[in-house]
Design a protein around this ligand. Sequence first.
Ligand code: C2E
Ligand code: MG
Ligand code: MG
Ligand code: MG
Length: 279
Amino acid sequence: KIKHTSRNGYMFYRQELQVMSAFRSSVEQRLHIALREQLFSLYFQPLVDVDGKVVAAEALIRWHDETLGWVGPQDFIPVAEESGLIVDIGLWVLRHTCELIAQNRDWFDRGKLRYISVNISPRQFSQAHFVEQILAVIDEYNISHSYLLLEITEGVAMENITTAISIMNALAAHNLHFMLDDFGSGYSSLSYLHKLPLKSVKIDRSFVAKIDQSADNQVIVEAIIYISRHFSLECVVEGVETLEERAYFSDKGVAAIQGFHFFKPQPESAFVALINAIH
Ligand code: C2E
Ligand code: MG
Ligand code: MG
Ligand code: MG
């Protein structure tokens, strides 16, 4: 009987794997087309300070496919990463963001926004000539380097920390800075905060959810904020969804807050209108 059950379990597992790999290969096929035919779009999610004033934004890719419908980045970025397509997709995101920045310099000049951040995937970061590529794109659009912020995750730095540090230093020398995204969700230790040349850390959403009701999450978040301050890193929090979560952060000294409580990611036109409307 036990054998029978485990055999069934195995069968289900096999079937699931087959469905998954079928999905994967169709996603990969369609991604090639999306890239060629420019079927991606960029959304922008405003970040606010503790008073609720917009201070920055994060660029987030969106993809609508004719046959697959809306596919979330959570589902296609890993496929793009594995197939190497992420390098071209990442370049598209970077170009598009730089173009938006170039078209709206006054937002930054007038202090409405400090930066717009883009997510850099591990494969993109570790490709040859990453530094040159980033600098070339920024120069092409002739924007101030500090208007763009690069978000990386712990995984990027973990593969080869020495290489990661030298890449980051090379870009920091050009006034291009990094934020460690999803901090606390990976496998790395707090010592990364001190080894990597970072400007800021973004505390992972998992610690922020219901923080007003979780003493454990409060201790974790306060420890991260404390350590960040010691290393002169700005703290950003993501995933603030409720009034209670927002209230919790009102006196914690975080530089920026991101979350549905304030703004959902906006299509580009809505984002442009929103920032233009700020006085
Ligand atoms: P991320 O970089 O941590 O981006 C933040 C994600 O949290 C976004 O999901 C955003 O919509 C979501 N979010 C923001 N506030 C809240 C909130 O209050 N509650 C909840 N539940 N979610 C919130 P999204 O856009 O689906 O992106 C998911 C992930 O996909 C990103 O996580 C990032 O890792 C990746 N990604 C998105 N765009 C790009 C891109 O252009 N390039 C690369 N390499 N990765 C990207
Ligand atoms: Mg991010
Ligand atoms: Mg994040
Ligand atoms: Mg996240």
